[in-house]
Design a protein around this ligand. Structure first.
Ligand code: HEM
Length: 442
């Protein structure tokens, strides 16, 4: 719980940093293409937000790194010998991101447009590379390769085989795609929130419209990509982790024409999902491309290796959020296309309110996805090799630490939100319009 809460906290900031740095890069590109300084202003203000997020992501990431060694000593012994490489390269990716962010923030008005673009490209590249490298270790935990464990000793180490764990590429795809999607939806939410303000001026409306449209396009593309990469991930589960797929769907008995069961509660007694909506053949079709495809059920595996069955609900929540966000961004783009020539605010208030909800929803999607993936690997830390009980420290008295860290994380979450809120309230975009032309054009 202590480590889980630290990860749950860190992941919000790490994910948003990846997503928002991409948006800053795209705003800089738009500025060059459209020769419109509003995009430079968007990039500038998004950078302020990203800097605050990065300021929380770095110390919370350090806490996670320290906890890994302290709470999971036996796991880290294996990690240190087999899959240390991505962690080491990640340090360079982080340096790249931090170095170019400093250049971009502090020297932006002395750089030419192309040099600015190069600087911000390396910021976004460094952030995404960090995410991919850490995902490498996560994917290896799900589908470990590159070593043998003989009498508790790590032998036959092959670091390249470990890096090339079969779930790596597909998982990295899903993780980076969902981070881009989440960053875009959070900016959709910010722009929609501003457009809901009844005292907004025409000039501000025009500025926020640009921010909303750019974020909506990315949000829609990345939601579509998430649905595709999510499908690829489910196929990977079928091939590499059939027990996780079976638990995700509450499937107990091996069968062809396996149904996809939406919501409901898996029941061991009933050997099925109670109260779910079944789409016959759909699970077989998703996993194998044919309704004749045979899907292994939980009964194929020893019961003490089953993941907790509530992962069915987590999986459903994640997928439901994915399709809700895809639908909302699709509707947003459709309305844009039809009404794009109209002046002012082209969206009804209910849709703007729904856009505001998209930001938190995407973050909940990320949290649900990670909890689902890591809980779905239980009772293993390294799947099939090291059980969680054997990976953890034997130290007691962790309850009090869990309590203290939980209080700290809640405090930091509220503080970060307040810092952002008051910073942007005291420095409204209207104050920057008059100066944006001179400053940003230089
Ligand atoms: C649209 C339909 C979606 C499908 C079919 C899908 C499918 C999956 C599957 C099968 C996994 C488990 C991978 C594993 O344990 O190895 C997973 C994990 C994950 N998902 Fe999704 N997902 C979808 C939407 C989303 C959305 C909307 C988000 C976030 C906004 C999200 C974020 C995550 C995250 C962070 C993980 C953990 C990383 C990983 O192991 O891949 N997913 N997803």
């Amino acid at each position: 719980m202590l480590f889980g809460s630290s990860m749950a906290f860190h992941i919000i900031f790490a994910t948003l940093t990846v997503g928002i740095t991409l948006m800053i890069l795209l705003a800089e590109i738009m500025r060059l293409v459209k020769k419109d300084d509003d995009y430079a202003l968007l990039a500038k203000r998004w950078t302020k937000g990203a800097a605050v997020l990065l300021g929380v992501a770095i110390p919370s990431g350090t806490i996670v790194a320290v906890m890994l060694s302290l709470l999971w000593p036996h796991f880290m012994e294996i990690v240190g010998e087999v899959i240390a490489l991505p962690f080491q390269i990640e340090i360079f990716a982080f340096f790249l991101e931090a170095l170019f962010l400093s250049i971009y923030v502090y020297a932006a008005d002395r750089l030419g447009p192309v040099t600015r673009l190069i600087a911000v490209f390396f910021v976004a590249f460094g952030a995404s590379a960090s995410a991919i490298l850490i995902t490498n270790a996560h994917a290896w935990m799900n589908t470990p390769r590159g070593f043998d464990l003989v009498d508790g000793q790590v032998v036959n180490v092959d670091p390249l085989a470990a890096i090339k764990a079969p779930s790596f590429l597909v998982t990295a795809n899903h993780v980076v795609g969902t981070a881009f999607m989440t960053g875009a939806f959070v900016l959709v939410a910010v722009a929609a929130y501003r457009l809901l303000n009844t005292h907004i001026t025409e000039r501000e409306t025009s500025y926020h419209r640009k921010g909303l449209f750019l974020s909506l396009i990315v949000a829609f593309i990345m939601s579509s990509y998430t649905a595709l990469s999510g499908h690829e991930t489910a196929v990977m589960l079928y091939e590499e982790l059939p027990i996780k797929l079976a638990a995700s769907e509450g499937l107990f008995n091996t069968t062809d024409n396996a149904a996809l069961t939406i919501f409901g509660t898996p029941s061991i007694e009933a050997e099925g999902v109670i109260g779910g909506i079944e789409i016959p053949g759909m699970l077989s079709w998703i996993a194998t491309g044919s309704t004749d495809g045979v899907i292994q059920g939980l009964n194929e595996f020893p019961q003490d290796e089953w993941p907790p069955l509530f992962i069915h609900t987590l999986f459903n929540v994640m997928v439901a959020i994915g399709f809700t966000l895809l639908g909302l961004s699709g509707i947003g783009l459709l309305i844009w296309f039809v009404r794009r020539k109209q002046e002012g605010i082209i969206y009804p208030k209910w849709l703007l309110a729904a856009f505001v909800a998209c930001g938190p929803l995407a973050v909940i999607g990320i949290e649900t996805g990670w909890i689902y993936s890591c809980t779905g690997r239980q009772p293993w830390t390294i799947y099939g090799i090291q059980r969680t009980a054997d990976a953890a420290t034997n130290s007691g008295n962790l309850g009090i630490l869990f309590f203290l860290f939980s209080v700290l994380y809640i405090f930091l979450l509220v503080l970060t939100a307040l810092v952002m809120y008051f910073y942007f309230k005291r420095n409204p975009v209207s104050d920057e319009f008059h100066s944006s032309g001179e400053q940003l054009n230089s």
